[in-house]
Write a protein that binds this ligand. Structure first.
Ligand code: FNR
Length: 384
């Protein structure tokens, strides 16, 4: 079993999470869709791009601050929305949001979160984004926006790549149920992790408090309710109405094409998150880092482009900035660190990534994130 101080990078946290979580829960976090080609490509593709350092430059003070989607960040790596967080560790979304605020960055709370908009709003003054899964009843969508206004969230992002559920075969193989429940297929996984089981039972299970008119019930039936409520016909005009009602930065998450990015710019959104949901939805698509430059060239003068998917090192953050992204997001890395060590794990993972980002900037001769550009990158054609 790893100790917190032995975790020196995000991959160490992944193996620490594997040690403490029952198999079905670990694989729910770690898995991707179908053959997981896109999931693997997300991280591997960063290695195609090599950084070109410049020396003999004054890097005694490095300024990593950026304002993104109206959020003031001390460094440009935010925490992506992820559902069901209190299943992984009782510190849950509130612990993650507090760690993000302490690390000087923004936390995005999912519609599928196990802590409420109000709880997270009250827990931290740090920058906060609410991730909206559009429901097929606008009264419910406007209700969620009202709650975000009251809880003082800074931005809303609508995720558009989840119109149907991705095919995550690991979850079928491990017998995952939501919420985790023992059955004949998964029993052996849970008996191997008694500490997690005791902690989960002591926390009294979890619910989905942001799903309107369904709070407090059984999560299994809530998930079914939610699936029946999910909008499968999201239109730009619908987003325009929600954006006008919200009145603060409004962002679309999950775009991968230049054409959709142009539509987003025409719609007037503040930003987009280039994302393939960490390879959990469509398999066989591109690694997101490969998409960033074309999208930035097409719309970067009209909206803010953020990317996520496969970011595991500070050097990955710097490569994305060099492509023209305003910032990156991470999903699995903070979930691994939360699962293994709670809020303290998230704090350490963010500290490590922040130091890596700062060190990389120093090593390529940039005293500010605004100095990073395409001239710092070369493509290595030998790496597939
Ligand atoms: C996610 N992601 C996600 N995205 C979203 O918009 N709403 C959600 O509720 C969730 N839930 C979720 C759960 C889990 C367990 C994971 C791993 C991911 C996708 C997430 O926001 C982000 O796009 C990816 O996680 C980024 O890729 P990496 O950093 O995990 O490689």
């Amino acid at each position: 079993m790893r100790r917190l101080e032995d975790c020196l990078n995000v991959v160490d946290f992944e193996s620490a999470a594997r040690d403490v979580l029952p198999g079905p829960v670990f694989h729910y976090i770690d898995g991707g869709a179908d053959d997981e080609v896109t999931k693997r490509a997300n991280t591997a593709a960063f290695e195609q791009y090599h950084l070109i350092p410049r020396y003999l430059r004054d890097i005694r003070a490095i300024d990593m601050r950026r304002t993104v989607f109206g959020c003031e960040l001390q460094w440009p790596l935010m925490l992506a929305p992820t559902g069901l967080t209190r299943v992984f560790h009782p510190d849950g979304e509130v612990g993650v949001a507090e760690a993000a605020a302490a690390a000087g960055t923004a936390y995005a709370l999912s519609t599928m979160a196990t802590s409420s908009i109000e709880e997270v709003g009250a827990a931290t003054q740090g920058p906060k984004i609410f991730q909206l899964y559009l429901l097929n009843d606008d009264a419910l969508n406007f209700g969620l926006i009202d709650r975000c206004k009251a809880a003082n969230f800074d931005a809303i992002c609508v995720t558009v790549d989840t119109i149907v559920a991705g095919n995550r075969e690991r979850d079928h193989r491990t017998g995952l149920t939501v919420p985790p429940r023992l059955n004949r297929r998964n029993l052996r996984h849970f008996v191997q992790r008694p500490a997690w089981c005791l902690r989960y039972l002591a926390a009294g299970g979890v619910g989905l408090p942001n799903v309107p008119a369904a709070s407090g019930g059984d999560l299994g039936s809530l998930a079914a309710y939610f699936a029946s409520k999910m909008e499968q016909n999201i239109t730009w005009s619908r987003l325009e109405r929600l954006m006008a009602y919200w009145g603060k930065p409004f962002v679309v998450k999950g775009l991968q094409s230049v054409e959709d990015a142009r539509n987003a710019a025409a719609c007037g959104v503040a930003g987009i998150i280039v994302s393939n949901h960490g390879g959990r939805q469509l398999d066989g698509g591109s690694a997101t880092i490969d998409l960033v430059a074309d999208i930035v060239d097409a719309v970067g003068d009209r909206l803010e482009v953020v990317m996520d998917g496969g970011v595991r090192r500070g050097s990955h953050v710097v490569k994305a900035l060099a492509m023209g992204a305003r910032a990156c997001m991470i999903g699995r890395p903070y979930l691994y660190s939360l699962s293994a060590f709670g809020k303290a794990g998230v704090a350490r993972a963010l500290t490590l990534l922040r130091k890596e980002t700062e060190r990389t900037l120093a090593l390529i001769g940039c005293a500010s994130v605004d100095e990073v550009g395409r001239h710092h990158l070369t493509v290595n054609a030998r790496v597939p």
